[in-house]
Each structure stands twice: as C-alpha cells, then as structure tokens.
Ligand binder design. Structure first.
Ligand code: ADP
Ligand code: ADP
Length: 226
C-alpha cells in the first residue's frame, strides 16, 4: 500500500520565489501518475519535496495517511530515478546496484540475491562486471532503474528518465517501464515532456503551470479531441 496525499503543499525558496503553490492531489496506491508542464513550472520541486530532498514550506504530505513532512528521505520508502542516471563511474554495475543496500547495512547474501533478481528483471545479468563507461545509454538507464528496485520501495519518482535516450530506445524503455510497473505493483510519479509517453504510461496526467496545478485527468479525457 502506498497512496500519497498532498494537501495545500507549497514551496517558497529562501529568495522568496514560490516554486509550487497550494498543490492538492490524492494519488492512489499503484497509480502511474504523470506530471507535465513547461520548464520551470515546479515539477522537479514537487518530486523533490515528496522524496524529502527539499523542505515543504507549507501544507502537508501524507504517505498512507501518515504525515511525512519531517521524515528523513531514507525513511520514506521512496526511490528516485533521474534523467542523467547518476551512476558512480568507479563502481561496476553490480556495485552500483548494491550500493543503496550496503548503505543500509543489509547483509551480503541478501544484497547478492536482490542484485541478481534486479539484474534478471532488467536484463543486466551479463553486464554486472562492467563500469558505466562501457555501457550504452539504455543500459545505463536500466542500471539506474536497477539501483532503485533493489530496495523494493513502494513509491518511485522518475524525473524524465528517458529524455537522454534516442527515439528508438525510448520506445523500448517505455514498454519496459510499463511492464516494471505491473510487475512491481508500485506507485509511480513520472515527469515527462513527451506526450506519447504521458498517454501510454499514465493512469492520470497532472498539468502544471507556474507552480500551480492546472488540471488532472485520465489521458483519454485530457487529450480528447474537442
Ligand atoms: P521544472 O522541474 O518544472 O522544470 P522546477 O521545479 O525545477 O521546475 O523549478 C520551479 C521554479 O522554481 C523555477 O522557476 C525555478 O527557477 C525555481 N527554483 C528552483 N530551485 C530554486 C532555488 N533553489 N531557489 C529559487 N528558485 C528556485
Ligand atoms: P548505443 O548505440 O545503444 O549507445 P553502443 O554503440 O555504445 O550502444 O554499444 C553497443 C554495445 O557495445 C553495447 O552492448 C555496449 O554494452 C557495448 N560496449 C560499448 N562500449 C563498450 C566498452 N567500452 N567495452 C565493452 N563493451 C562496450
């Protein structure tokens, strides 16, 4: 179970700028919710507040009904996947995927099991000894996904995870992410600029503009011909 509730959530940066204003949204368990909107409209800020990487300056964020405004990122059971992958260049694929578990002092046998399971799901079994520099773009993105899924979090936050990939790979990875969503049974919040991605992946789409949520609806309703 992992539903999220945003009640009047706002972000005022120290310089006084309001990046997000009075955001109200109920996200159901296992939803695949998409955030769209022009650059600078507050998508990343919202994701970072949900992850706990940025303070919420007004309002309340709840996960499964529990207020988490002051809960540390590591205690939120949330994983983030970024567009630039953020892999450690000096570590192998195996070590990159093991890292979040090593940080949490999980024992070696359990780490080994989790890494191999993630590698199987993401078709990375033959690449475990490689460094990121010896991988293609799509493979790197799969390692970044792998590093997120080893912890089996209930919520995934994905910030334009496919935007650095070429068109063909994007279509392929889109299908993989859709399968992953079914398989993991997790809640996903996903930022994209790509309308096809939004339509094919999303259960609902949130449209943001200048820090304000303009609209939220299913893809078919949002993109219906007038
Ligand atoms: P998006 O992800 O939709 O492109 P962001 O959430 O990154 O937008 O940014 C929302 C707004 O907040 C932007 O106008 C951005 O310039 C501003 N912003 C982001 N970080 C800061 C900061 N540390 N201080 C002041 N303003 C910021
Ligand atoms: P893409 O065009 O998809 O980015 P690349 O042309 O970079 O892929 O790589 C094609 C294949 O060669 C991939 O399977 C990748 O893992 C492998 N590869 C790329 N660079 C290296 C390297 N330095 N050492 C070993 N294998 C590599």
């Amino acid at each position: 179970m992992a539903g999220l509730t945003l009640e009047h959530v706002g972000k005022k940066y120290p310089n006084g700028y309001e990046g997000v204003k009075d955001f109200n949204l109920e996200i159901a368990d296992k939803e695949f919710i998409i955030f769209v909107g022009p650059s600078g409209c507050g998508k990343s800020t919202t994701l970072r507040m949900i992850a706990g990487l940025e303070d919420i300056t007004s309002g309340t964020l709840k996960i499964d009904g529990r207020v988490v405004n002051d809960v540390e990122p590591s205690e939120r059971d949330i994983a983030m996947v970024f567009q630039n992958y953020a892999l450690y260049p000096h570590m192998t694929v195996y070590e990159n995927m093991a890292f979040p578990l090593r940080l949490r002092k999980v024992d070696k046998a359990e780490i080994d099991k989790a890494v191999h399971e993630a590698a199987r799901i993401l078709d990375l079994e033959k690449l475990l000894d490689r460094k990121p520099s010896a991988l293609s773009g799509g493979q790197r993105q799969r390692v970044a996904m792998g590093r997120a899924i080893v912890r089996k979090p209930k919520v995934y936050l994905m910030d334009e995870p496919l935007s650095n990939l070429d068109a063909k790979l994007r279509v392929q990875m889109r299908a993989e992410i859709s399968k992953l969503h079914d398989r993991l049974g997790a809640t996903i919040i996903y930022v994209t600029h790509d309308q096809t991605e939004a339509m094919t992946l999303g259960t609902r789409i949130v449209v943001m503009k200048e820090g304000v949520m303009q609209q939220v609806d299913t893809p078919s309703k949002l993109y219906a011909e007038p």
